[in-house]
Design a protein around this ligand. Structure first.
Ligand code: PGA
Length: 263
């Protein structure tokens, strides 16, 4: 089973800082076996082509933080899926809560972006997550399932199989966020797995992930990986998370081999 460990740098890093990180990552990976761990890095648009160039030929997938649903045209300030693809992106992050909150991203635009991303053969990384009041009302699972359905309903199986879903409770994201306790995530992940388990490329968790809580999160049923912000903005933090995930995944694989179970 693939374990996805990725980071979005959000609106951080100069070109020099981005290239430095990517070069360091390339070096770190050359001496490591990550087993079934699939790394991905989502730099700001300004650094996308450079980071993709530095990481070319490694196992790291590079992604864009956003892309428009049209291929080209009079959309000042936007970049399209063909453009980010041309710059080296293999993956497009769609519908992060910061984009939904500050940039008018809706379920409708998210859907169009999912379709555009798939149309051009890239991987949509669909972000979903509920606000605090929904969490407090105990209806998180219903809320995020509805978000996911609106983004993905009607996709044929072969396309759905390319999609990554990142469940990122809004109350758990960023400096003002409160890290989710694994027990708070069991029901939402069970709900997502009930509809999408085995049908999408993976179900990821994001929101205040760090080295201290990562193994508890990766141990949760139906969690296929982590989508990390702050804790992976320094290269060392990201590499430590990759090592931890590779160690856990290796242990799981050894156990299932001994038990004769396919993962
Ligand atoms: P954080 O960001 O890890 O800094 O909370 C997560 C995200 O926004 O994906």
């Amino acid at each position: 089973m693939t374990v996805w460990i990725g980071t979005s740098w959000k609106m951080n890093k100069t070109l020099a800082e981005a290239v430095d990180y990517a070069g360091g990552l390339r070096q770190a990976l050359s001496g490591r076996s990550l087993g079934s761990v699939q790394p991905f890095i989502i730099p700001p648009a300004t650094a996308l082509a450079s980071v993709a160039g530095v990481l070319d030929g490694t196992s790291v997938l590079v992604g864009a933080q956003n892309a428009h649903w049209e291929d080209a045209g009079a959309w000042t300030g936007e970049v399209s899926v063909p453009q980010v693809s041309d710059a080296g992106a293999r993956l497009v992050e769609i519908g992060h809560s910061e984009r939904r909150e500050h940039f008018g991203e809706t379920d409708e635009t998210v859907r169009k972006k999912v379709d555009a991303t798939l149309r051009h053969g890239l991987i949509p990384l669909l972000c979903i997550g509920e606000p605090d009041e929904v969490h407090n009302a105990g209806t998180s699972s219903e809320y995020i399932l509805e978000q996911a359905r609106r983004a993905l309903d009607g996709l044929e199986d072969a396309l759905l199989a390319k999609v990554l879903i990142a469940y990122e409770p809004i109350w758990a994201i960023g400096a003002g966020g409160r890290p989710a306790h694994p027990d708070e995530l069991r029901a939402p992940f069970a709900a997502l797995a009930g509809t999408f388990g085995g049908r999408v490329a993976g179900l990821l968790y994001g929101g205040s992930v760090d080295l201290a809580n990562a193994s508890g999160l990766l141990d949760l049923p139906h969690v296929d990986g982590l989508f990390v912000g702050r804790a992976a903005w320094a290269l060392e933090g990201y590499v430590q998370l990759l090592d931890l995930a590779a160690g856990l995944a290796g242990g799981d694989e050894r156990r299932s081999e001994m038990e004769g179970v396919d993962q």
